[in-house]
Design a protein. Structure first.
Lengths: 306, 693
C-alpha cells in the first residue's frame, strides 16, 4: 500500500471524517437542489398533506408542495445565510481580536468592553434587536446574526493571542525586527488557526439555529420562499394531520447543527493527533526522562479524545 | 564490589520497557540489570532519553498502563512486577520512597506541609495523630528547616524551592524506607541550594541507613555522593563501577567522552571543548549494534554487534569491546590562574550599559502602592569588540531581565544602553529596527523559540526578508548557507521544528541570530536546556562563529563552568546588582566577593576524590525577594563574613585592581597603580550611582 493510500485509509477511519461527509452531503444537496429536486419547491404539485410515498418521498405539505424539494431548496437559504453570517462574524471578529490581543492598551480596552456589552445580551435577542432596526428579510437576518456573533470570535482570538504572544517564538520575531503586523499575521495567526477553525464550525451550527429561529418567527424569508425555519413555522399547525410536513425540515435543521458542532470537535481531536504523530519523529524528545514523556507517547489514539 | 558481600536489597535483571507508539514500540529501557545493596548509594547517570527515569519508575511500578515491562525486579527477594495492589502500596509508601525533580509540583498545594507529612506516617506506620505530628516536626528540623513546629502549618507555596525539596526529603524519610529513589532532586535548584541539598542528602541517608538510587544527568552531582555509578545510554547500562574507579578510569568511550566535555572548574581551560558528535539513536528503531558506535571515535566493524556489559576490572563493568587506557593525570588544580595572553584592551566598546534599572510594578487590588520588584537595580558594564562578557547569577538575580532590557524588550526604569556610541534605550520599537541588524539574541528555550508552523529554512530566512536583505529564492539560498554554517546540511532545510532535536533547534536559533551579520549577540542561557554532550557542540559552534564573524558576546548563564569556558570577562549578579566584575582568570582564580567565592565553592566537580575531601562552607539560605531586598548590602542575609557595616551601608562597586571591581566592604583596593596612566580597563564600570531606597 502506498503512503498516499495509507493516509487516505487513516483519514477515512477518523471519527471526524463521517461527520464531515454528512455536512458536505447537506451542503452539496443544497447546491445541487435544482438538479436533484424532483419538483419546483413553490409549485403546488399534488394534493395537500399526502404522506411520504414513492412519488413524494417526504410527502407534501399543507398547500400540496413537495416537501423533499422544499427541504433541498430550503437548505440553500438556511445554509448560505448561516455561512455568510459566520463569514461576517469571523471577518470582523478575528481582526478585532488580533488587535485587542496584540496591541493591548486602549484599543483592547475599548474593543473588549464593547464586546462585553454585546455578550451581555443573548445572541438571539441581539439579532432580534438588530433585525427590528434594520428591517425584515433574509439579508438583514444574516447581517444581524453576523453582528451578534462577532463577540464570540473576538473573545476567542483575544484569549488565544494573549497566550501566544508570550511564546518565545513571538519574542524571537520581535528580536529580528518583525513589525507587529507581521508578527500577528505570520506568527500568531497560523498558530491559533486550529482553535479558530473549531469555533468557525461550531458558530456555523449556532448560526443555523439562530437563523432558522428568526425565519420561524417570520423575520426572514417570506412565503412562498422555501426555508427550513419558515417551513417549520408554516406547517406546525398541521402537525396532527401530517407529521411529515414539519418533521423533515426540523430533522434537516437538527442534523445540520449536530454535524457542524461535532465536526469542530472532531477537527480538534484530529489536528491534535496530527501534531502528536509529527512530534514522535524525534526520539530523544519522546523518550524524555520526565514522567510526561512516556505517558504522552503511550497515549493511544483512543485515549487522545478529550 | 559492595553488593557482592551482602544479599542485595534490590535486584533488577534484564529489565525491558517498551511504550507503544503509532510508529511502533519505543524501547526505552533495553536489558538493564543491576543490584543495590542495603545502605548503598547508586548513582544512575544519563542524558535525556537514556531510560534512567523510566527505570526508576518501573521499580515502583509507576509507569503508565500501556508500558510493556519485561524482566525481573526483586525487592528483598520479593518479586515487584507480580506484586498485588495492596502489597504494592505498602512497598511504595513504606519501603521505597521517591523524591522528584520539581518539589513544587510534587507537594499538594492545598494542604499544609505538616498534614502531608503526617498522612504518610499515619497510613503506613499506624501511629497516632499526635505522635505523627511530633515526628513530623522532628523530621523538618532534621532536614534543616528552621522553626520546624511553625513550618508544619505552612502551605507549600509559602516555601522556596529549596525548602520544598527539604520537605520532600523529610517526607521520603518519614517511614524509614530501605530505599529512596531520587530523580534529579537538585536539577530545578540553584547551584548554591543544590550544594545544600546534596550535603543534606549525604548526611541524612547515612544517618538513617537508607539505600539511595540517585538519578541525574550530571556526573558531577553523583561524584561525591555515590558508592557506585551506572552510566546509561540509549536504554542500556554501558558502564557500572565504583565511583572512584569510574571517574579515575572510565572504561566505556561514552563515559570517557562525557567526562571530557564537561566544563569543569578545576581543569585547564581550552578554547575548544571535546564534543561527542551526533545525537543519541532513535529508540523506536530496532537496535542490534552497539548504540554508541555511530558517535564513537573508536568504532570498528566489530561494533555492529552489541557488546555485553562485561567486567573489565574487579567490580568495573563496561559494555565495550575495547579497553580504554586510563586518562593522563590532570596537572592543574583548582584556583591556579593559567598564563594566557591578556585580552586585547584596545578594541572599542561595542555594548555600553550604564545604570540599568528595571523595576516591575506590581498590581493588586489594594490601593496602597506595593513596592516594585527591583529585578535589575543599577547595573553598568561595557563589552569590547570581539570579546565575551559572561554574566553569571542564580535564578532571581536579574540576569535575564537585564538581557531583555539591553535588547529593549522590556521597558527600562532608568539607565542607558549604547551600541557603538548610539543610544538605543528609550527608542520606540519601530525606530529600533536598524539596531536589530547589529544586535541579536539567542534564546534559552530551543523548543519554544521556533515558530512551530514554519519550516527551518523559513525561520532562518525571515530576518533577511524582514530587513529587505534578500527575498524569494535568494533568501532561501542564503538561509540554506547559514544552516550549513551552523552544521545543518541542506536536507534539514524543509523540516519543521518539531522534527529536530534540542541541539539542532539551538543551531537553527544561532543561524537566525547571525543571519543579519550582527556585531553583538546576547546569548541567554543558550545551552541550559541541552544535554551535556550536545552542549559542548553548541558552545564550540558559538565560539567558531565568534571568531569567524568577529562577534561580541554577552553570554548569560547560571553555569559557572560554561561561563568560564566562554568568557573573557565575567560579571557576577546578585539580586539585581553586580557584585563583582573582572577578567576571567581573576574571577575564577582570585575572587574577592564572598558571593562569588561561595558560588565557585558550591559547584560540584566530577571527581569523587576532590568532592569528598572538599571542605565546604555552603551558602546558607536562599536569594531574598527582589521586591523587598535587605537593607544595606543585599547579600547580608547569607554572607559568612557579615559585620555591622553591612547592615547599614550599601557597598558600591570599587576598583580593587586593573579591571577588577567588587562590591564588598571587605574588598581592599590594591596598592596604587604602578602605571601613572592606567590603560583603559577592558571592562570598566562607570561611576556606580544609584538612587537610595
Amino acid at each position: 500500500m502506498t503512503a498516499g493510500l495509507r493516509r487516505a485509509a487513516a483519514f477515512l477511519r477518523r471519527p471526524g471524517t463521517l461527520v464531515g461527509l454528512i455536512l458536505l452531503a447537506l451542503i452539496l444537496a443544497s447546491i445541487l437542489a435544482p438538479v436533484i429536486a424532483p419538483d419546483d419547491p413553490e409549485d403546488l404539485v399534488a394534493t395537500k398533506l399526502m404522506p411520504p410515498s414513492g412519488a413524494h418521498l417526504m410527502g407534501t405539505d399543507q398547500l400540496g408542495r413537495d416537501v423533499l424539494s422544499r427541504v433541498l431548496y430550503g437548505g440553500r437559504y438556511t445554509l448560505l445565510s448561516a455561512a455568510v453570517a459566520v463569514l461576517i462574524a469571523a471577518g470582523a471578529g478575528i481582526p478585532l481580536g488580533l488587535i485587542a490581543g496584540y496591541v493591548r492598551a486602549w484599543p483592547a480596552a475599548l474593543i473588549m468592553r464593547v464586546m462585553d456589552v454585546m455578550l451581555a445580551f443573548p445572541g438571539l435577542l441581539l439579532a432580534l434587536v438588530i433585525v427590528t432596526i434594520v428591517g425584515q428579510g433574509l439579508p438583514s437576518v444574516t447581517v444581524a446574526i453576523g453582528i451578534a456573533f462577532i463577540p464570540i470570535f473576538v473573545r476567542l482570538v483575544y484569549g488565544a493571542v494573549l497566550s501566544a504572544r508570550g511564546a518565545d517564538y513571538v519574542l524571537a520575531a520581535r528580536l529580528i525586527g518583525c513589525s507587529p503586523g507581521r508578527i500577528v499575521v505570520r506568527h500568531i495567526l497560523p498558530n491559533i488557526s486550529g482553535q479558530i477553525i473549531v469555533v468557525v464550525s461550531s458558530a456555523f451550527g449556532w448560526a443555523i439555529l439562530t437563523g432558522t429561529v428568526l425565519n420561524f418567527l417570520g423575520f426572514g424569508v417570506q412565503p412562498p420562499t422555501p426555508e427550513w425555519g419558515a417551513d417549520l413555522a408554516a406547517s406546525k399547525d398541521w402537525l396532527s394531520q401530517g407529521w411529515w410536513a414539519c418533521t423533515f425540515p426540523g430533522l434537516a435543521i437538527a442534523i445540520a447543527i449536530l454535524a457542524a458542532n461535532y465536526f469542530g470537535d472532531a477537527w480538534a481531536v484530529g489536528s491534535g493527533r496530527r501534531w502528536r504523530r509529527r512530534r514522535s519523529a524525534s526520539p530523544a524528545l519522546e523518550a524524555s526522562t520526565s514522567l510526561v514523556g512516556p505517558a504522552a507517547v503511550a497515549a493511544s489514539p483512543e485515549e487522545a479524545r478529550p | 564490589m559492595i553488593s557482592g558481600q551482602r544479599p542485595p536489597l534490590l535486584s533488577v535483571r534484564d529489565l525491558r520497557v517498551a511504550f507503544p507508539t503509532p510508529s511502533g514500540p519505543l524501547l526505552a529501557v533495553d536489558g538493564v540489570s543491576f543490584d543495590i545493596a542495603p545502605r548503598e548509594v547508586l548513582g544512575v547517570v544519563g542524558e535525556s532519553g537514556s531510560g534512567k527515569s523510566v527505570t526508576a519508575l518501573s521499580l515502583m511500578r509507576l509507569l503508565p498502563e500501556s508500558a510493556r515491562v519485561d524482566g525481573a525486579i526483586a525487592f528483598n527477594g520479593v518479586d515487584v512486577l507480580g506484586m498485588p495492589g495492596a502489597e504494592l502500596q505498602r512497598l511504595r509508601g513504606k519501603h521505597v520512597s521517591m523524591i522528584f525533580q520539581d518539589p513544587r509540583t510534587s507537594l499538594n498545594p492545598v494542604r499544609t506541609v505538616g498534614a502531608q507529612l503526617e498522612e504518610t506516617m499515619r497510613t503506613h506506620l499506624g501511629v497516632s495523630r499526635r505522635a505523627a505530628r511530633e515526628r513530623a516536626a522532628e523530621l523538618l528540623g532534621e532536614v534543616g528547616i528552621p522553626d520546624p513546629r511553625r513550618h508544619l502549618d505552612v502551605y507549600p507555596h509559602e516555601l522556596s524551592g529549596g525548602m520544598c525539596q527539604r520537605v520532600m526529603i523529610a517526607m521520603a524519610l518519614s517511614c524509614e524506607p530501605q530505599l529512596v529513589l531520587a530523580d534529579e532532586p537538585t536539577t530545578a535548584l540553584d547551584v548554591s541550594v543544590q550544594a545544600q541539598i546534596l550535603e543534606l542528602l549525604r548526611t541524612v541517608i547515612a544517618r538513617h541507613g537508607t539505600a539511595l538510587m540517585m538519578i541525574t544527568h550530571d556526573l558531577s552531582v553523583v561524584a561525591g555522593l555515590a558508592d557506585r555509578v551506572a552510566v546509561m545510554y540509549a536504554g542500556e547500562i554501558v558502564e557500572l563501577a565504583p565511583s572512584e574507579r569510574l571517574f579515575a578510569h572510565p572504561r566505556h568511550p561514552y563515559t570517557a567522552s562525557l567526562l571530557d566535555c564537561i566544563t569543569r572548574l578545576d581543569d585547564v581551560r581550552t578554547d575548544t571543548l571535546p564534543a561527542i558528535p551526533g545525537a543519541p539513536p532513535d529508540l523506536s528503531k530496532p537496535r542490534s549494534s552497539c548504540p554508541f558506535a555511530p558517535r564513537c571515535s573508536l568504532a570498528q566493524p566489530v561494533c555492529a554487534e552489541r557488546p555485553p556489559l562485561a567486567e573489565k576490572a574487579p567490580g568495573h563493568a563496561a559494555a565495550c569491546f575495547f579497553d580504554i587506557p586510563a586518562p593522563a593525570p590532570r596537572a592543574v588544580v583548582a584556583g591556579t590562574p593559567e598564563p594566557e595572553a591578556a585580552p586585547d584592551d584596545s578594541a572599542g566598546v561595542v555594548l555600553d550599559v550604564r545604570d540599568l534599572e528595571v523595576h516591575f510594578k506590581r498590581g493588586g487590588l489594594s490601593l496602597r502602592a506595593r513596592p516594585p520588584v527591583r529585578a535589575v537595580d543599577g547595573v553598568s558594564f561595557e563589552v569590547r569588540r570581539g570579546e565575551t562578557l559572561g554574566l553569571v547569577g542564580e535564578s532571581g538575580s536579574g540576569k535575564s531581565t537585564a538581557a531583555r532590557a539591553i535588547l529593549q524588550l522590556v521597558p527600562l526604569t532608568r539607565g542607558e544602553v549604547r551600541l557603538d556610541d548610539e543610544t538605543i534605550s528609550g527608542k520606540r520599537e519601530r525606530a529600533l529596527k536598524p539596531t536589530k541588524r547589529r544586535l541579536q539574541m539567542v534564546l534559552q528555550d530551543p523548543y519554544g523559540s521556533l515558530d512551530p508552523r514554519m519550516s527551518i529554512v523559513e525561520i532562518v530566512a525571515e530576518p533577511l526578508i524582514v530587513h529587505d536583505v534578500a527575498r524569494g529564492r535568494e533568501a532561501t539560498r542564503r538561509a540554506t548557507e547559514l544552516l550549513e554554517i551552523v552544521g545543518l546540511p541542506a536536507h534539514f532545510a524543509d523540516r519543521m521544528p518539531d522534527e529536530l532535536s534540542g541541539g539542532q533547534r539551538q543551531r537553527v536559533n544561532i543561524a537566525r541570530a547571525i543571519a543579519l551579520n550582527p556585531e553583538c549577540i546576547v546569548a541567554d542561557e543558550p545551552t541550559s536546556a541541552l544535554d551535556v554532550s550536545v552542549r559542548a557542540q553548541i558552545l564550540n559552534l558559538l565560539r567558531d562563529i565568534q571568531l569567524r564573524n568577529k562577534l561580541t558576546y554577552l553570554f548569560i548563564s547560571h553555569d559557572l563552568g560554561v561561563v568560564r569556558h566562554m568568557s573573557d570577562h565575567v560579571a557576577v549578579m546578585y539580586l539585581g546588582r553586580l557584585v563583582e566584575i573582572g577578567d576571567r582568570e581573576t574571577i575564577f582564580g582570585a575572587p574577592q566577593h564572598p558571593y562569588t567565592r561561595a558560588l565557585l565553592e558550591a559547584v560540584p566537580v566530577p571527581d569523587p576524590v576532590v568532592e569528598r575531601s572538599r571542605r565546604r562552607t555552603p551558602l546558607t539560605g536562599e536569594v531574598p525577594s527582589a521586591a523587598n531586598p535587605p537593607q544595606g548590602c543585599n547579600f547580608n542575609t547569607r554572607c559568612p563574613f557579615v559585620f555591622d557595616r553591612c547592615f547599614e551601608e550599601d557597598p558600591s562597586l570599587i576598583r580593587i585592581g586593573g579591571t577588577h571591581l567588587s562590591a564588598c566592604h571587605l574588598a581592599a583596593p590594591q596598592q596604587v597603580e604602578m602605571n601613572p596612566e592606567p590603560a583603559v580597563p577592558a571592562t570598566s564600570v562607570a561611576d556606580h550611582r544609584r538612587t537610595e531606597s
